[in-house]
Write a new protein. Structure first.
Length: 656
């Protein structure tokens, strides 16, 4: 095993030793072999690192890491100088030679593709971006709009249909506009009094910062860097999904302890590649994106989409912020991965473009994926699990101040949501079936909706093999030991913005569902019509017990063991920078629900996928670690909610 050194004062003609380091990380990537470490020393590197080869196993990987205690920045941008002030004194202009971009100019390419929703008239935003002292500017639609841009303090949230605050109003007046010619790209910008020749102004020129261009560059670790300012494109599940950093259809990457920011679209991509479809719905226009997405699943199986060749990545302890679409994205390539201990914020809040693929974490086909102990706030949507969410476990996450916290769409389960805090006004949306919700604090509205016009695949347990596909009837869900806060649903969230079902507080959305499988089967037996006609008329069971409901939250009518409190209670998330606290005021009656450790034996089998709630290794799931990481002991009982020590009275508990 060899350690190769890279430093700003090195040379790519050197040998990479400590005394004769390389100048670029890419030169080290050409030399590195399985088992080697590329140690990068303090400084700024403006390059797209494209690993040439990967490791051979988890024990013989290639590791790229910042030297201990040293700050290493890798950027997809280049500084721009030579700005000239236009007459009038507010707008600056600079010509940029197209040679700076190489064979691809992000100022010529629009944000475009499947599932992007364009307003009328279209916004026509581009992948290029301009940064003033590290702050991204807004793209103006015309040269004239650069002169006196308005200050915006509010913006429409397209999902909820309500107005949201702008986190940094002053940023909305930092604007740019570009025109691309044959030899030169001309950029006009309004920096609101700042002199761009005296400040740091950068433009993004590279699609990615750290990503191979070939498939199956496996077992790579990327650790300890600041990674920023990439012109990565829109990443729907029906397209190639390049991010600022990602493995590009490979196995066994570890991305850890990095600060990642200012991806035009997606920061970390674990996702799909182009051969299984690349924006065909937009380019061809002959079939809906839904159909192309379904086809991509089968196409992926034909090129080796399985546990042995794809997925099993780890993304942990990263801080990810200021990205236009996602912090972490992935379709198909995310299988069997772990996403943990990340701090994700300010995702898709500039709202320069909008589509159906925007969230802090947005995964399709999240088979046996674990999403645990992440702090996600100030995002358009926190976590969105879409299609084939099976064997997935969402545990101990802290979600707050998002427009929406958790959305599980058109999946058949089994999926497990446990010991989370979902504290935003719109806490939970399930357009799925086959879920288990255990020991969560659900502080906002709950929306439930069947989806009868889209049949999506389900799989053999712990496998990418497709077992069948079906529409979403809704129900077949389990709720155990959750705490639901109450309120005025209409005031908190407004009318249904996505789908038709209204939101409410609590679980009354299951009213009308049978409470046992036996009741369901009995209802089926008396339905008229043939085999395929009687099922849509019967709602699937809903299995609920031992949940706590605050005033204003309604319980499922058939939940016999529900505790509905008469006295007010409160939970507040107090964000104090590096520390976050959960402040609670609970009445004595909160003691009325106590329950033991919940396991797979307590959760009825999922009907469509015909699968149990299991760990990745196939053993019954054990739900015994609370939000704080405290393990619950067998034989003891615990309160509802995400914290094992929670009890009546006033408390202030550090949760991050």
């Amino acid at each position: 095993m060899t350690t190769l050194h890279v430093a700003p004062d090195g040379a790519d003609t050197a040998d990479g030793s400590a005394g004769r380091p390389f100048r670029t990380i890419n030169r080290a990537a050409e030399v590195a072999r399985p088992g080697d470490t590329v140690l990068v020393h303090a400084g700024e590197y403006r390059e797209w690192v494209r690993p040439r080869r990967g490791g051979l196993s988890g024990a013989r990987r290639i590791t790229y890491q910042a030297a201990p205690g040293e700050h290493v920045v890798i950027k997809g941008s280049e500084p721009v100088t030579g700005w000239e002030q236009e007459p009038g004194g507010t707008v600056w202009r600079v010509p940029v030679p197209n040679a700076l971009f190489g064979d691809w100019n992000p100022f010529a390419d629009e944000v475009a593709g499947d599932w992007l929703v364009e307003p009328v008239p279209p916004l026509r935003k581009h992948l290029g971006d301009v940064y003033l002292n590290g702050v991204s500017c807004y793209e103006a639609g015309t040269r004239a709009a650069v002169t006196d841009p308005p200050l915006r303090t509010q913006v429409l949230d397209h999902w909820t249909g309500v107005t949201d605050r702008v986190r940094n109003p002053g940023q909305t007046r930092l604007v740019w506009y570009a025109e691309v010619g044959e030899e030169t790209t001309t950029i006009w910008a309004n920096f609101q009094g700042a002199d761009p020749n005296a400040e740091l102004v950068e433009i993004n020129v590279r699609r990615s910062v750290f990503s191979p261009v070939e498939h199956h560059i496996d077992y790579i670790t990327v650790r300890g860097f600041e990674l920023a300012q990439a012109a990565c494109p829109w990443t729907p599940p029906t397209a190639d999904q390049p991010g600022l950093i990602g493995p590009n259809w490979a196995k066994g990457w570890i991305i850890e302890d990095n600060v990642i920011h200012d991806a035009k679209c997606s920061a970390v991509s674990l996702g799909k590649e182009a051969s299984t479809g690349d924006n065909y719905a937009t380019l061809r226009g002959d079939k809906p994106g839904y159909q192309y997405q379904l086809e991509s699943v089968f196409a992926a199986r034909q090129i080796g989409w399985d546990r042995e060749h794809v997925g099993s990545h780890v993304v942990r302890r990263n801080t990810i912020f200021d990205c236009g679409q996602n912090a972490i994205v992935g379709h198909l390539g995310c299988v069997f991965s772990t996403i943990e201990d990340n701090h994700i914020y300010n995702i898709a809040i500039k709202r320069e473009f909008f589509g159906h693929e925007i969230a802090g974490i947005k995964l399709h086909a999240a088979i046996d994926v674990e999403i645990r102990h992440n702090r996600i706030h100030d995002c358009s949507l926190g976590i969105w699990l879409d299609w084939q969410t099976q064997g997935t476990r969402v545990s101990r996450n802290l979600c707050y101040r998002n427009n929406r916290d958790l959305f599980v769409e058109v999946s058949h389960g089994p999926f497990l949501i446990e010991h989370n805090v979902l504290a935003s006004p719109a806490a939970l949306e399930s357009f799925s079936q086959g879920g288990a919700f255990v020991h969560n604090l659900i502080g906002g509205t709950v929306r439930l909706e069947p989806v009868m016009d889209r049949a999506t695949p389900y799989h053999r347990p712990h496998s990418t093999q497709v077992a069948g596909y079906a529409v979403i009837y809704g129900g077949d869900d389990r709720y155990v030991g959750n705490v639901f806060l109450g309120g005025d649903a209409a005031a908190a969230y407004g009318p249904a913005a996505f789908g038709t079902a209204p939101a409410g507080y609590g679980t009354a959305g299951y009213d009308g569902h049978p409470a046992t499988l036996e009741e369901y089967l009995a209802s089926l037996a008396v339905q008229p019509g043939g085999d395929h006609r009687r099922f849509p008329g019967v709602r699937q069971p809903a299995y609920l017990r031992d949940n706590v409901y605050a005033p204003g939250a309604r319980a499922f009518a058939a939940e016999a063991s529900a505790l509905t409190l008469a006295q007010d209670l409160s939970f507040e998330v107090a964000d104090e920078g590096d520390e976050v606290f959960l402040e609670a005021q609970l009445p004595a009656a909160f003691r009325g629900v106590r329950l033991g450790v919940v396991t797979g034996a307590d959760l009825p089998r999922v009907r469509f996928a015909d699968a149990d709630f299991e760990e990745r290794n196939g053993s019954p799931v054990i739900i015994d670690v609370d939000l704080l990481g405290e393990r619950k002991e067998p034989g003891r009982d615990y309160p509802a909610g995400p914290i094992a020590s929670l009890g009546p009275g006033t408390s202030r508990i550090r949760v991050w």
